[in-house]
Design a protein around this ligand. Structure first.
Ligand code: NAD
Ligand code: MG
Length: 380
C-alpha cells in the first residue's frame, strides 16, 4: 500500500529532494503518493507540480495576490486548509525558519505523522510539540541528517544503554581560512558549502556553525540528553552523520553518503527499513577525519551550549537572534563575525520567561527579534 505524503516548502531544497524520493520510489513496493504540497513564492514550481502530480493539491502560502493559477488555496489560511482538507499519512515539513513551527503544530493537530526537517520547530517548541504528538498518537521523525542518524541508532540500540551522542559537522567553507580573514567574507562566500547543497540561511549557519548550535539543541531535545553528553566533531567528508556511545564504551556510527534524500527516504519508510534507490557509502579508499571544533572560529556553537544550560527561552532567543543577524549579514549591514556578537548580546538580558504555551514561544521569539535587530543596527 502506498503512503500518502504532503510536502511543505516544496520549492525549497528539502522540498525538492523529497519530491525526488517520491519520484524514485514510484515503481517500488514502497510507493509514495504526493497528495498535497505548499509553495511560498515560486509560481513555476506550483504549476509544474500540478502538471506532474495532477491528483495533488497545492497551497500558496505567500502573498495572495501573487498566487498562480492552479493553487487550491491561497492566503493566510492556505496551509491550515491544505492540512485539514487533505488526507495524508505523513507530512514532510521543509519550511525554513521559525515559520515552520506553526506548520508543525497544524500537522500534529490533524493527527498526521511529522517528518521534520525544520529544526527550528524542535529548538523552539519540542516539549509542547511532543505533548501534542503523544496526545494525537503521532510520531515526530527527524529528517535533519545527524538526528535521522541518531534516531536510527537509538531505535536499534535502545535508548537505555546510550551514554553519549555525537553529531558531526563539515566545518563549512571557512574551516581552514585564517581566523583574521573571517570578518571580510561575503554572504556568497558563506553559501559555497563544500559538501551539501542547501538553502541560503542554513548554508550561512553552517559556515558560522550556528547550524550545529541549533542541532545541538535539537539533539538535546529529541533524545533528552544534557548538552554535556552531546559532542560535536568536525568531519569534513560528511560520511559519518552521527554516533552513539553505549555504557560499555563502544561507539556506533551511522554512515551514509552526504545526500539528504537518504534521511528523507528513511523518515518516509519508518518504522520500516526499505531499500534505498540512492546507492550506499563505500568506505574503501576513504580517509575519514575527525577534529574538535575551535571556539575562536565557531563561537556560536559555545553560545548554543550556554543557551541550553540556561533554559528553554534562551534557546528560542538563540534561534531568533541568529535569524535576524543572518538577515543583516545578507543585506550587508553587519560582518560575518558580527553574527555571533549580535546573538551573544541579545542573550545577555534576563530571559527567564515562562514557556508554557505556543503563545509564550511566539512572544519570546518576537521580543528577541526586536532586540536582536536593535543590536544589529547598533553594530553597523
Ligand atoms: P530553503 O530556503 O531551500 O526552502 C525553504 C522553503 O520554505 C522554501 O520553499 C520557502 O519558500 C518556504 N518558506 C519560507 N518561509 C515560509 C513561510 N513563512 N511559510 C511557508 N513557507 C515558507 O531551505 P531548506 O534548505 O530546504 O531548509 C528547510 C528546513 O530544513 C530548514 O529548517 C533547514 O534548517 C532544514 N534542513 C535543511 C537541510 C538541507 O539540506 N537543505 C538539511 C537539514 C535540515
Ligand atoms: Mg544537519
Amino acid at each position: 500500500m502506498s503512503k500518502r505524503v504532503i510536502v511543505l516548502g516544496a520549492a525549497g531544497s528539502i522540498g525538492r529532494q523529497t519530491l525526488d524520493v517520491i519520484r524514485e520510489r514510484a515503481a517500488s513496493d514502497e510507493k509514495l503518493e504526493l497528495v498535497g504540497f505548499s509553495v511560498h513564492s515560486n509560481c513555476e514550481t506550483l504549476r509544474l507540480l500540478k502538471h506532474e502530480f495532477p491528483h495533488s493539491r497545492g497551497a500558496w502560502t505567500g502573498e495572495p495576490s501573487l498566487a498562480p493559477e492552479g493553487a487550491s488555496w491561497a492566503g493566510p489560511e492556505a496551509l491550515a486548509r491544505l492540512l485539514s482538507e487533505t488526507e495524508a499519512d505523513i507530512v514532510v515539513n521543509g519550511i525554513a525558519g521559525a515559520a515552520g513551527l506553526s506548520a508543525s503544530i497544524l500537522v500534529l493537530q490533524r493527527s498526521m505523522h511529522l517528518a521534520l526537517a525544520n529544526k527550528e520547530s524542535v529548538v523552539m517548541g519540542y516539549r509542547l510539540l511532543k505533548k501534542l504528538a503523544d496526545e494525537q498518537r503521532c510520531n515526530i521523525i527527524p529528517v535533519d541528517s545527524e538526528h535521522a542518524g541518531l534516531f536510527q541508532l537509538t531505535q536499534r540500540i535502545g535508548r537505555a544503554i546510550v551514554s553519549e551522542l555525537t553529531i558531526t559537522a563539515s566545518g563549512g567553507p571557512f574551516r581552514s581560512l585564517p581566523i583574521d580573514q573571517l570578518s571580510s567574507v561575503t554572504p556568497d562566500d558563506a553559501c559555497k558549502h563544500p559538501v551539501w547543497k542547501m538553502g541560503r540561511k542554513i548554508s550561512i549557519d553552517s559556515a558560522t556553525m550556528a547550524n550545529k548550535g541549533l542541532e545541538l539543541i535539537e539533539a538535546a531535545r529529541l533524545f533528552d540528553m544534557p548538552q554535556t553528553r552531546i559532542r560535536v566533531l568536525i568531519h569534513p567528508q560528511s560520511y559519518v552523520h552521527a554516533m552513539v556511545r553505549t555504557l560499555d564504551g563502544a561507539l556506533y556510527a551511522q554512515i551514509s553518503k552526504p545526500d539528504m534524500r537518504l534521511p528523507i527516504h528513511m523518515a518516509l519508510s519508518w518504522p520500516k527499513t526499505t531499500a534505498s534507490p540512492f546507492g550506499f557509502a563505500d568506505l574503501a579508499g576513504k580517509n575519514l577525519e575527525f577534529y574538535e571544533p575551535q571556539k575562536e572560529r565557531y563561537p556560536l556553537l559555545w553560545i548554543a551550549r550556554q543557551a541550553l544550560d540556561e533554559g528553554e527561552a534562551q534557546c528560542i532567543v538563540y534561534n531568533a537572534a541568529n535569524e535576524v543577524a543572518v538577515e543583516h549579514f545578507e543585506k550587508g549591514s553587519i560582518r560575518f563575525t558580527q553574527i555571533a556578537s549580535v546573538v551573544a548580546r541579545t542573550l545577555e538580558r534576563n530571559w527567564n520567561l515562562p514557556v508554557e504555551s505556543f503563545e509564550d514561544i511566539l512572544h519570546i521569539d518576537s521580543m528577541a527579534r526586536t532586540i536582536a535587530a536593535n543590536n544589529a543596527e547598533r553594530s553597523t
